[in-house]
Design a protein around this ligand. Structure first.
Ligand SMILES: *[C@@H]1O[C@H](CO)[C@@H](O)[C@H](O)[C@H]1NC(C)=O
Ligand SMILES: *[C@@H]1O[C@H](CO)[C@@H](O)[C@H](O)[C@H]1NC(C)=O
Ligand SMILES: *[C@@H]1O[C@H](CO)[C@@H](O)[C@H](O)[C@H]1NC(C)=O
Ligand SMILES: *[C@@H]1O[C@H](CO)[C@@H](O)[C@H](O)[C@H]1NC(C)=O
Ligand SMILES: *[C@@H]1O[C@H](CO)[C@@H](O)[C@H](O)[C@H]1NC(C)=O
Length: 483
């Protein structure tokens, strides 16, 4: 009797740990450096993971404090990427498990979601056939309208020399947000572009992950409880064409649906994938029948001051120095007073804070603030930042992404080269927009009186030293951009 009672308590405990918390993820791999691959020798491979979890589950709760302390989120019971190839291959490749607990980078109050990202280096041996590794847990996906339960994410890593250039391959990647809004009801199918890219310029294909597929010579389950045709309506199409991937879907009821796909890269005229990586994300089907506004034009992310990076561009920030920016979005119909931006979904570098809900800048513009002081561990790394703006009727902007390179602190360098006071140091650390303001005020002072010219020349010398700093920062930026 007592034994049974204890068992009951135990199973309730396990259930609460497993309680509907997985919200999708993606895993990719690439070599750390571009040297020829030599069979049976070791090379560093970087495994990148990102996941979305329920914010309300203890193991994946995330706050500002979690982000600042690089606190990890995930699933406590099973939290490893394990090798699924025959043991002899896993051993020859020197594979050791990788933790799936990742530092929380973002949380979204509206969606009740925590997001995390990690980059892990493994020193692996290049073997002729590659290995299959996976993150497999028996439960539980967030409650879905179709399918659900356990998750399986499977990845094929093959480090053998590429036949075209002898290098180690890099897998394809996708920066798609782990949740996409889809309207329910009589508006026709929704088409969702799944962005893909490949560092080697290979042909990239996408396909639905399969419940039973031969990957790297073994049969594996690539999608657990969210395989097709279980998780999405039967008529759903996934079209892979000319390195693009498009999901065409009509969702019948309000709620969440999961999409599980594999991204694979191929050499020209080859039908054997060089690698295969999992991408699993959510569709959030919303009721579009009673919109607040008649406007159907999605919002747009208009600018990200003070650096104003173009989409896909790289800006440089300084290690140990605060980077502050604002992501500004505008509603699709600026003259419609009923419309507003209600949420931003972000994917940020580890340690970057975001203000929670959007604030009105000047209607119809809304914004969130970003603040980040990159740590010394982040020096020389390039991180991606992505944001999507969502209006009150759930129309999404297209995703705006740019890269941030963490460079050395340039303030110290300038102080040594310029023999001026503390005032100069302050000026040096300000941004390009401030420099422009200084120039304007100089011009206006010159035209007023001759007495103030002396003062102006003093200001001009300060401006010159500022310009020097900005130029070196810009050339670094250009360097990264052309990489
Ligand atoms: C990988 O580890 C081996 C020792 O097991 C070491 O000799 C080698 O230098 C390491 N390779 C890299 C790229 O770090
Ligand atoms: C394939 O995509 C490239 C790049 O977007 C484009 O220039 C080209 O026209 C496309 N080719 C076909 C056959 O669609
Ligand atoms: C790919 O196949 C086509 C058709 O057989 C051929 O014309 C082309 O040269 C091949 N390309 C390469 C890189 O082998
Ligand atoms: C956002 O940043 C601006 C400029 O630094 C500041 O004036 C404003 O108070 C900030 N708002 C929030 C909500 O953090
Ligand atoms: C960062 O990169 C620079 C230039 O490549 C190099 O000199 C420096 O040692 C690197 N610093 C760290 C901490 O990796």
């Amino acid at each position: 009797m007592t034994v049974q009672f204890l068992f009951l308590i135990f199973s309730i405990h396990i259930n609460s740990i497993h309680c509907a918390h997985f919200r999708g993820g993606a895993i990719t791999w690439r070599p750390e450096s571009n040297q020829n691959s030599v069979l049976n020798t070791d090379r560093n491979i970087i495994i990148e993971q990102r996941y979305a979890w329920s914010k309300s589950t203890a193991a994946s709760a995330c706050t500002t404090a979690t982000i600042l302390s690089f606190g990890t989120i995930g699933e406590n019971v099973v939290s490893i990427i394990q090798c699924y190839s025959p043991a002899v291959k896993c051993t020859s490749a020197m594979y050791t498990t990788v933790s799936t607990l990742v530092p929380c980078t973002d949380y979204n109050i509206v969606l009740g979601t925590s997001y995390g990202y990690s980059s892990t280096t493994r020193n692996l041996t290049a073997i002729s056939s590659g290995i299959v590794v996976g993150y497999v847990v028996s439960g539980a996906w967030l409650t879905l309208q179709l399918g659900g339960g356990g998750w399986d994410l499977m990845m094929y890593i093959n480090m053998r020399p590429r036949s075209d250039n002898q290098l180690i391959n890099s897998s394809p990647v996708s920066d798609i947000s782990l949740v996409t809004y889809v309207p329910v009801g009589g508006i026709g199918p929704t088409s969702i572009d799944i962005p893909m890219s490949d560092a080697d310029g290979d042909n990239i294909e996408c396909r639905f992950s399969l419940a039973s597929n031969t990957l790297g010579g073994i049969v594996v389950d690539e999608c657990g409880g969210v395989c097709q045709p279980v998780a999405l309506p039967a008529l759903t199409q996934l079209i892979s064409n000319n390195n693009t991937c498009t999901l065409i879907v009509t969702l019948p009821t309000v709620g969440y649906y999961a999409v599980a796909v594999q991204l694979e890269d191929y050499m020209v005229n080859s039908t054997t994938p060089l690698s295969s990586v999992p991408l699993q994300f959510l569709l959030l089907a919303y009721d579009a029948s009673n919109p607040v506004s008649t406007c159907t034009v999605p919002p747009t992310i208009t600018s990200i001051p003070p650096d104003f990076p173009a989409e896909g561009a790289t800006i440089t920030v300084q290690v140990n120095f605060p980077y502050k920016a604002m992501v500004i979005a505008q509603t699709g119909c600026p003259l419609d007073p009923d419309l507003s931006i209600s949420n931003f979904i972000t994917a940020s570098p580890p340690g970057m804070l975001k203000s929670n809900l959007p604030f009105v800048l000047v209607a119809p513009s809304y914004a969130i603030n970003l603040t980040w002081t990159p740590t010394i561990d982040q020096l020389n790394q390039t991180y991606q930042f992505c944001a999507i703006a969502i209006d009150i009727d759930y129309h999404e902007s297209s995703q705006y992404c740019f890269f941030i390179f963490v460079g050395p602190q340039t303030t110290t360098t300038t102080t040594t080269s310029t023999t001026t006071t503390t005032t100069t140091t302050t000026t040096t650390s300000t941004t390009t927009s401030t420099t422009t303001t200084t120039t304007t005020s100089t011009a206006s002072t010159t035209s007023t009186t001759s007495t103030s010219t002396t003062t102006t020349s003093a200001t001009t010398s300060t401006t010159t030293s500022t310009t020097t700093t900005t130029t070196s920062k810009c050339s670094l930026r250009t360097l990264r951009f052309s990489d």
